[in-house]
Design a protein around this ligand. Sequence first.
Ligand code: ADP
Ligand code: MG
Length: 330
Amino acid sequence: MKREQTLGEFELIKRYFRGAALEAAGDQSAIALGIGDDAALLNIPSYRQLVISTDSLVQDTHFPSNCSPDDLGYRALAVAVSDLAAMAARPLAFTLALTLPDVEENWLNDFARGLAEAAQAFQISLIGGDTTRGPLNIGVTVFGDVPCGLGLQRSGAMPGDLLCVGGPLGDGAGGLAVVLGQDMPATLSIADRNYLYQRFWRPRAQCELGQALAGIASAGLDVSDGLLADAGHLASRSGVAVHIWADDLPHSPALGNWTASQRLQWMLGGGDDYVLLFSLPPSHRASLDEWQARGWSVSVIGEIRAGEGVWLDEGAGPQRVGRPAGYNHF
Ligand code: ADP
Ligand code: MG
């Protein structure tokens, strides 16, 4: 960042991004060196593998320009952490590449607060970053670890496996409708509306569930593009057909305010849900009861069969789904 700023880069980092809320969130044993040097150092035991993922959030593409900075800070980290959950990894640390049009202290203060809330929620510490001037852009790289060989991949689903999701679908799209101020059903209560708003801005990356899937689920990923699109990724990477039973898709009570067809469209194609989608060998079916007993709303929504593609059964038999309706930037 340029020298003539009222607040220099070092002062900015010190004021907003240093301190226990961000730097000491979660287990510190992996962090040998954090913010302040040329790079950070992580301790990774030889029996674990490092898991790395990067996400960028660009204004007007990923978030509206008038959004609240604390929501933005939270979401930026939560969506990145969701990729760690999807790999069955334990979150360890993250870096932040922040490009700002100018130094607005209130904005930075609120952004850092939301970021710190997410860091605490997901037990992940800020260990470094970069700060430059330009159009608002937020880049988050997350680091996690997983026992060697147990990282959950998109490949590995086998015919006969159960297809499961870790939580309700469609809330991301319903939340986006709330955030964009679209017309709402008259029956929608303030509580439902708030719930959906929170689901959009504060996704619950499923880290605990993800870690429980290590060595149990045969394949998995997080639902970010939309169920059909993400099921398509699992199908193609695993070389199998994914069958989805429309009547078994779980949704929140809040989504009950919309028509069945709007709801189905959101559950299948909306995206931004950040729940885990995974295949479970039938020999591990009992794990479902265990996870449900822990309060995780895991449910079976279909099955893996031999073949290819994504198939949706709305009651009249499976229909091959054409082009997945997921989000594509290009
Ligand atoms: P360099 O010029 O060597 O890249 P910087 O001046 O960019 O170093 O950064 C100094 C220290 O501050 C580094 O440890 C870096 O990781 C950290 N840092 C820079 N920007 C951020 C940020 N937005 N959030 C957290 N740490 C940051
Ligand atoms: Mg730098």
